[in-house]
Write a protein that binds this ligand. Structure first.
Ligand code: PLP
Length: 383
């Protein structure tokens, strides 16, 4: 795709491009620095040093200790390790109840459903308010004596809604209830520190922050009881067997360091302003209605319903942009997003929803082109 003809990419919550500096950092480990980090010779030592540095870079972004970082293959694996690993470790102590929100990513909700179906756990799904955020008091009211874990999505992938995770985490810590945070969408877009957000485990996804697909990490607070899901050699502190994917870990480390600098530079505020520009234009030109909180939201995300339209058809009619909807399309029929329905959005409005997610390089001219393309597609479809 040539740059001039390429659609404006507004789907950064689906995946991001690999940052050129990330690619440069990882390439030597796919070439001459190919050693196994467990090998006792010079090749192995070079790989082990690179892995240690990457672990420190991930830990630095989260303000964690390097030993608390476990490299995984993706956020889905991190989430499964946290949810099932803590559930299995707690089960022996008679704790067989899980709490989650109604708007989790399937990685968390399906892990909970599996534990209920196959292992007899009980799961409480806490509803969200109209803006897509949970009320902390409802989460805390769902917690019982036998609660093994509370798992909560930090930033919702469709709406960008930021959950009051710090407040919930502090209350859970006081009650001694383990807390896992799915931060796949938030890390790299907003500041996420495990010092300010008290939690016992936190999942991250490389490809949402300019590292390649196929790498993730799980922060595991020192002392958290967690069963591994992969059994084998005692890598990653006994929490994940399998030879480390050194090039991809290096990529994630580099991406975390770059994300830290990007956040410190105040660039997220400029991104928020661009997103708000897009929102204002679409509200004015196409009557778009915001889904999600106006303020407590990722600075790059806009989910809006276009009156009288179907989101998928709207995007088809606007090939100048690449974005997505949360709706499912089966054999020509459209089903609205479960996340929007859980917020109480009417099914017709939910069908008209489009998610636009900006990246670090999204330019003002692209925002204006996207707004014009969507508004004119909406007008054509309404005729
Ligand atoms: N959690 C959230 C909030 C996500 O948005 C995603 C991906 O979209 C995931 C988990 C799963 O990430 P992956 O598919 O990379 O494992």
């Amino acid at each position: 795709m040539s740059a001039a003809s390429a659609p404006v990419y507004l789907d950064h919550n689906a995946t991001t491009p690999v940052d050129p500096a990330v690619l440069e950092a990882m390439l030597p480990f796919l070439q001459d620095r190919f050693g196994n980090p467990s090998s006792a010779h010079a090749y192995g030592r070079a790989a082990a040093e690179a892995l240690a540095r990457a672990r420190a870079q991930v830990a630095a972004l989260l303000e964690a200790a390097p030993e608390e970082v476990v490299f995984t293959s993706c956020a889905t694996e991190s989430i499964n390790l946290a949810v099932k690993g803590v559930a299995f470790a707690s089960s022996a102590r008679g704790r067989r109840h899980l709490v989650r929100s109604a708007v989790e990513h399937p990685a968390a909700s399906e892990a909970c459903a599996y534990l209920a179906r196959e292992h007899g756990f009980e799961v409480t799904a806490v509803p969200v308010e109209r803006d897509g955020r949970v009320d902390p008091s409802r989460v805390l009211a769902a917690v019982r004596e036998d609660t093994a874990l509370v798992t909560l999505i930090h930033a919702q992938n469709e709406t960008g809604a930021l959950q009051p995770a710090a407040e919930i985490g502090a209350a859970l810590r006081a009650r001694g209830v383990p807390f896992h945070v799915d931060a796949a969408q938030s890390v790299g877009k907003v500041r996420v520190s495990v010092r300010e957000l008290p939690c016992d485990a936190l999942s991250i996804a490389g490809h949402k922050l300019y590292a390649p697909k196929g790498v993730g990490a799980l922060y595991v607070r020192a002392g958290l009881q967690l069963h591994p899901l992969l059994h084998g050699a005692p890598y990653e502190g006994g929490r994940r067997a399998g030879t480390a994917n050194v090039p991809y870990a290096v990529a994630l480390g580099a991406a975390c360091e770059i994300a830290g600098r990007w956040l410190a530079s105040g660039a997220a505020e400029r991104q928020r302003a661009l997103r708000d520009r897009l929102q204002a234009k679409l509200e004015a030109a196409a009557g778009a209605v915001l889904n999600g909180p106006r303020e407590e939201r990722l600075p790059n995300t806009l989910n809006a319903s276009f009156p009288g339209a179907i989101g998928d058809q709207l995007l088809e009619a606007a090939p100048e942009i690449a974005a997505s909807t949360g709706s499912a399309c089966h054999a020509g029929t459209h089903e609205p997003s479960g996340v929007l329905l859980a917020m109480g959005v009417a099914p017709e409005a939910a069908l008209g929803a489009v998610r636009l997610s900006l990246g670090r390089d999204t330019a003002e001219a692209e925002i204006d082109r996207a707004a014009e393309a969507l508004a004119s597609a909406w007008r054509r479809l309404r005729r």
